[in-house]
Design a protein around this ligand. Structure first.
Ligand SMILES: [Zn+2]
Length: 291
């Protein structure tokens, strides 16, 4: 499932390949992934020029500059679980599950949005609507300052893993990079955000930065569906240290990696390097962790 590094990779690709280009025609092949009226969506995107590409968390916003009467609008792209944005030749065979095509002026190339599981969403909106959407998200995990990150954890109980996944706390992290960052920082996924020491919180901030930076440099992680704008997979998979490594030796101490379920999602961690905090152990002492 695409997280910040994958969305950032797509964002960079769009900047490189789509910036300054005019969208001559839009075709919606399946309307299910469009938010709002598909006819309106086409009308808002057609004839506009890609003026900038912005990202916050896992949300991509493509600024579309138009003629005077059209004003400026934004195309919001959410990749969901299996969304793919590519730029390819108009003549390339159309793959199944392609939902939207946007043909660039000149007629040789087009942007395609493909999504097998259909959790992705496309939407055209105004500047005000984009601002409201971005405001509803916590600070971007890559761009947040240490102070913002430390502030965001205040008053947050529950598992730190859930807090990292909740896009209103910090935005951009999903299951892969949350597990990897907690391992890097030696913090148990059930620790409470507001109860960990400032030292631990700072360590987590640095771990998040480190993991995301490496993953962005390697164009993200591909398990199944994620590809970049040119159709290439990400290269971070072989760098993963705990995510989906249940039973394998911890790369630091050799203890087998364990898996527990927190809020319906798998968490992978080393029970030796990431010690369970005492208050959590007491509170949930009777709970059996599934393997
Ligand atoms: Zn370990």
């Amino acid at each position: 499932m695409p997280e910040l590094p994958e969305v950032e990779t797509v964002s960079r690709g769009l900047r490189k390949r789509a910036l300054g280009r005019r969208i001559a025609a839009v075709e919606v092949l399946h309307t299910g992934i469009i938010i709002g009226d598909p006819e309106e969506f086409m009308r808002l995107a057609e004839g506009r020029t890609v003026a900038s590409v912005q990202r916050k968390g896992k949300v991509l916003a493509v600024e579309l500059a138009g003629a005077k009467q059209q004003g400026t609008g934004y195309l919001i792209l959410r990749l969901g679980m299996t969304g793919q944005v590519t730029i390819q030749s108009v003549g390339d065979p159309l793959e199944p599950h392609t939902h939207v095509r946007m043909v660039f002026e000149g007629g040789n190339e087009e942007l395609r949005f493909r999504d097998v599981r259909r959790f992705g969403r496309l939407r055209c909106c105004t500047r005000e609507e984009l601002d409201a959407l971005f405001k509803s998200l916590g600070p971007d995990a890559q761009q947040a300052t240490e102070a913002e990150f430390l502030r965001a954890r205040r008053g947050r109980r529950g598992a730190i893993k859930s807090w990292l996944l909740n896009q209103q706390g910090v935005s951009g992290l999903g299951n892969i990079y949350a597990d990897e960052a907690l391992f890097e920082a030696c913090i148990h996924p059930l620790a409470q955000p507001e109860r960990i020491s400032s030292d631990s919180a700072r360590r987590l901030y640095r771990a998040v930065q480190k993991v995301l930076k490496r993953a962005v440099n390697l164009q993200g992680t591909t398990f199944r569906d994620y590809i970049d704008i040119e159709g290439r997979p990400g290269n971070y998979l072989r760098r993963l240290r705990v995510y989906q490594k249940t039973g394998e030796p911890c790369p630091r101490c050799g203890t087998p990696i364990r898996r527990i379920v927190i809020a319906g999602r798998s968490s992978h961690f080393c029970p030796n390097c990431q010690r369970r905090p005492r208050q959590v152990a007491k509170m949930r002492g009777s709970e059996k962790a599934p393997r």
